[in-house]
Design a protein around this ligand. Structure first.
Ligand code: NAD
Ligand code: TDX
Length: 339
């Protein structure tokens, strides 16, 4: 089988490519990535010389390039991770989110129809469901929850999901969609909460907490997201949506305190800063469909995944120090210091 993975130089795509290249030596894995600020080929060092792996640089929204690539490679399966992924950046500058997340997706869908792809899988997010109130812990997102987005990021992801469903119904493209909760784990870009806490705390720098820190996220180790997608592309029913999550809800403040404690750093590093505009209160995934229909089970809980992740950041300082010493410094200054 030839599998085209887009966005494979990013956090989740990079973990997925490594997982697939190692698990299925008989399959060909093509990693297509534009290498934006979030793409990093250092993430793929462990697989770059494997015979079943190939990297191609390119933009999923570049129609001519995508059509040529599909003509040449004729992939059996497409797994689309490529996206602009950071909510805060989408609030500052939404346009690239429309271009990559919506137009990029429709370009891949057009190529998938034209070249008869056997499975198109869209990696989506729980953020398409909007948020839940803090005082209703009995409520969870199911696959039937209406789409109700808050940020330019989640709106662009939701638009992409609707196009995927339209291409299934209108053109008969065999599609699946997964909607996963917040991931954490190795190779996570340090603009996102957990790697930001780890990298800043290790340098004894302040940890910015938006608003009151009471917002709740439902955390899943990236390895468990990878096993879910692998199951869905092999055994998932076409036309279906599968929620992915492991029931690990934590307030942001709980997350910050857990990581600081594990690193033996003081809570005095916590600094409350202006809240994110339109900040979603609570995400919580009901993964029953994936568990019952496909037999998926997560390997990690938050309590086992966080120490593993911290250890990875301690053992791989060069990976994240190279990031935070470059252009990222300007981003951090613009986001937090100049405001
Ligand atoms: P990321 O920002 O770490 O990686 C995105 C990758 O896509 C980068 O390598 C980047 O270079 C590449 N890319 C961006 N624009 C591109 C373009 N136009 N053409 C080709 N490549 C391009 O993101 P991530 O956190 O790994 O998220 C991957 C996917 O998973 C996204 O679709 C995101 O919406 C979804 N998702 C993320 C989470 C999470 O917690 N991080 C949770 C659920 C779903
Ligand atoms: O410095 C910070 N301080 C802070 O309080 C940052 C970066 C974040 N936060 C808060 C905002 C959120 O409530 O922490 C929470 C997590 O923030 P992010 O790491 O930016 O993730 P989130 O906005 O929840 O979105 C993530 O999960 C769903 C991914 O970035 C998305 O791509 C995915 O779809």
């Amino acid at each position: 089988m030839k599998i085209l993975v887009t966005g494979g130089a990013g956090f989740i795509g990079g973990n997925f490519v490594q997982y697939m290249v190692n698990k299925y030596p008989e399959d060909q894995i093509i990693n297509l990535d534009a290498l934006t600020y979030a793409g990093n080929l250092e993430t793929l060092k462990s697989v770059e010389d494997k015979p079943n792996y190939k990297f191609v640089k390119g933009d999923i929204a570049d129609r001519e390039f995508i059509m040529d690539l599909f003509e040449k490679e004729r992939p059996d399966v497409v797994v689309n991770f490529a996206a602009e992924s950071h909510v805060d950046r989408s609030i500052e500058d939404p346009e690239i989110f429309v271009k990559t997340n919506v137009l990029g997706t429709t370009t891949l869908l057009d190529a998938s129809v034209k070249y008869g792809v056997k499975r198109y899988h869209q990696v989506s997010t729980d953020e398409v469901y909007g948020d839940l109130p803090l005082d209703r812990p009995d409520l969870f997102f199911t696959e039937k929850t209406p789409l109700h987005t808050s940020s330019p990021y989640s709106s662009a992801k939701a638009a992409a999901d609707l196009f995927v469903q339209a291409y299934h119904r209108t053109y008969g493209l065999p599609t699946t969609i997964s909607r996963c909760s917040n991931n954490y784990g190795p190779y996570h870009f340090p603009e996102k909460l957990i790697p930001l806490i780890i990298s800043r705390a290790l340098n004894d720098e302040t940890i910015p907490v938006y608003g009151t820190g009471e917002n709740v996220r439902d955390w899943l180790h990236v390895h468990d997201h990878c096993t879910a997608i692998d199951l869905i592309i092999r055994n998932g029913k076409v036309g279906e949506v599968y929620n992915v999550g492991g029931h690990n809800e934590r307030t942001n403040l709980e997350v910050v305190k857990t990581v600081l404690k594990a690193l033996d750093k003081p809570e005095s590093l916590i600094t409350y800063v202006t809240d994110r505009k339109g900040h979603d209160m609570r995400y919580a995934i009901d993964p029953t469909k994936l568990e019952r229909e496909l037999g998926w089970e997560p390997e990690y809980t938050f309590d086992t995944g966080i120490p593993q992740t911290i250890q990875w950041y301690l053992d791989n300082k060069e990976w994240w120090e190279n990031i935070i010493s470059g252009e990222y410094q300007n981003y951090f200054k613009e986001m937090y210091v100049d405001k």
